[in-house]
Design a protein around this ligand. Structure first.
Ligand code: ATP
Length: 374
C-alpha cells in the first residue's frame, strides 16, 4: 500500500508566470494537477506549455509564483533535487550504451550496485525485456522512446513530465505509443504531465486537459467535457470543428433559451450557455458537425418536431470513409460543415441541392458573441 505522501501529492502552481524582457510567455497561472492523474497541457506552438512544464521541472525559473509538490514548496529547488523527471522529444539515449545500461544509468550514478532486478522490471514494464542487450540505434523510434520512459521512471519520480515525447514518431506509431504511455501511467500510478499540440493525443491519453492560448489556460476539464462544453471559440475550434451561428436571445422557455438567428428559431439549453442569457443578449450558437442531420428540402415535412433547423444549400461534398463531409452555404452561417454519418445515401444530396440541417437542441452550446472569434 502506498500513501499520498509517497506518491508526492498534487502538483500545485500558484500565481506562476514567466516573462522574457517585456514579453510574457506565461501569465500568472493557478493550476492543480491531481496526484496520480494523466494531465495534458495542450495548445498551439508558442502558447507557453513547454515553459510551464519546465517551471515544474525546475529547468526554468518562474518570474513570479510558487510550485508545490504536495506540501513541499519546491520553487527554489534545482531540478535534480525535485522528485520529478522529464522525457523529451529527442530521446537523449546514450548511443554507446546498450538498453540495459541506458536504463540502469540513474541507479549506477547513485552508487547502487545491484541493478539487475530493478532494470529488468522496468524493461518489462515498457515491454522491452527482450531488447536489453541491443544498442539504441538498433531499436525503432517508438522503442527508443519507451527506453527513455523506463530510464526516467527507474528513479521512482513522483511526477513524470513529458515534453512532446511522441512528436518525432509517425502517426501509426504515435497512436500505439499513446495507448502504451496510458497503460504505463495506470500501472505505475504516478502523476504524468504531458505537453502536446495534438488535440487527439491529449484527448486519448489524459484524464484532464488544460487548453492553453497566449500564455493562459483558456479552459480545463475532462476531454469529453471540453469537447462538448467549450467555453470559448478558441477551445471549440482547437478541439475539432464547430459551426457557429450568430444569434440573439429572444425569450426564455423553462430551462432553455429561444434564440433568433435571421429567420430561424433555435433552442439552447440554458445550462450550456456561457454567454449572456438575458433577452437581447448576443450569442454564438455552436454545434459540432457530427451532431447534424441533413435532409433534402423536399422531405422537410418528415423532420421530427422539436429539432433545431437551419436551411441552406450544399456547396461541396466529399466522401471521407466513415462519413460524408458536406459544406453548406446558409443565410445563418457563411459556411456550415456537416459530417453526415450513418445516414442512408440520398442521391439528391449533391452540390446545389436545397437542404435542411437539423439537430437535437441538447447538442447546441452558447458562447458570448463579444469574445474574439479565432
Ligand atoms: P512549442 O510547442 O513550439 O514548443 P510552447 O507552447 O511550448 O510552443 P513555449 O516554448 O513555452 O511554447 O514558449 C512560449 C513563448 O515564449 C514563445 O513565444 C517563445 O518564443 C517564448 N520563449 C520561450 N523561451 C524563451 C526564451 N528563452 N527567451 C525568449 N522567449 C522565449
Amino acid at each position: 500500500m502506498t500513501t499520498a505522501q509517497e506518491h508526492g501529492g498534487d502538483v500545485r502552481l500558484t500565481g506562476i508566470s514567466k516573462t522574457y524582457g517585456s514579453f510574457t510567455a506565461v501569465h500568472p497561472l493557478d493550476l492543480t494537477v491531481p496526484q496520480g492523474s494523466f494531465f495534458a497541457l495542450l495548445g498551439a506552438s508558442g502558447c507557453g506549455k513547454t515553459t510551464t512544464l519546465r517551471m515544474i521541472a525546475g529547468l526554468e525559473e518562474p518570474s513570479s509564483g510558487t510550485v508545490h509538490l504536495g506540501d513541499q514548496d519546491v520553487t527554489a529547488l534545482p531540478p535534480y533535487k525535485r522528485p520529478v523527471n522529464t522525457v523529451f522529444q529527442s530521446y537523449a539515449l546514450f548511443p554507446h550504451l546498450d538498453i540495459f545500461e541506458n536504463v540502469a544509468f540513474g541507479l549506477r550514478r547513485r552508487g547502487i550496485k545491484s541493478v539487475k532486478k530493478q532494470v529488468g522490471e522496468m524493461l518489462d514494464l515498457v515491454q522491452l525485456g527482450e531488447q536489453a542487450r541491443k544498442k539504441p540505434h538498433q531499436l525503432s523510434g517508438g522503442q527508443q522512446q519507451r527506453v527513455a520512459v523506463a530510464r526516467a521512471l527507474i528513479n521512482h519520480p513522483k511526477v513524470l513530465l513529458l515534453d512532446e515525447p511522441l512528436g518525432a514518431l509517425d502517426l501509426k506509431l504515435r497512436r500505439q505509443m499513446q495507448l502504451e504511455l496510458k497503460r504505463i501511467q495506470t500501472e505505475v500510478g504516478i502523476t504524468f504531465v504531458h505537453v502536446t499540440h495534438d488535440q487527439e493525443e491529449a484527448m486519448t491519453m489524459a484524464d484532464t486537459v488544460a487548453v492553453m492560448n497566449g500564455g493562459r489556460v483558456e479552459q480545463l476539464g475532462a476531454p469529453a467535457d471540453l469537447y462538448e462544453n467549450p467555453r470559448t471559440t478558441f477551445v471549440a475550434n482547437f478541439l475539432g470543428t464547430s459551426n457557429f451561428i450568430e444569434a440573439e436571445v429572444a425569450a426564455r422557455s423553462g430551462d432553455a433559451l429561444i434564440l433568433k438567428a435571421g429567420d430561424c428559431k433555435l433552442t439552447l439549453p440554458t445550462a450550456r450557455c456561457t454567454g449572456p442569457t438575458a433577452t437581447g443578449g448576443r450569442l454564438l450558437a455552436g454545434v459540432r458537425p457530427e451532431k447534424i442531420s441533413l435532409t433534402h428540402a423536399d422531405d422537410a415535412g418528415q423532420i421530427p418536431e422539436g429539432r433545431n433547423r437551419i436551411t441552406g444549400r450544399i456547396a461541396d461534398s466529399s466522401f471521407i470513409g466513415v462519413s460524408t463531409q458536406y459544406v453548406i452555404d446558409s443565410p445563418a452561417c457563411d459556411s456550415f460543415e456537416v459530417y453526415a454519418q450513418n445516414i442512408e445515401r440520398d442521391a439528391r444530396l449533391t452540390p446545389g441541392a436545397e437542404v435542411v440541417l437539423h439537430w437535437n437542441p441538447a447538442h447546441t452550446f452558447g458562447l458570448d458573441a463579444a469574445q474574439d472569434v479565432e
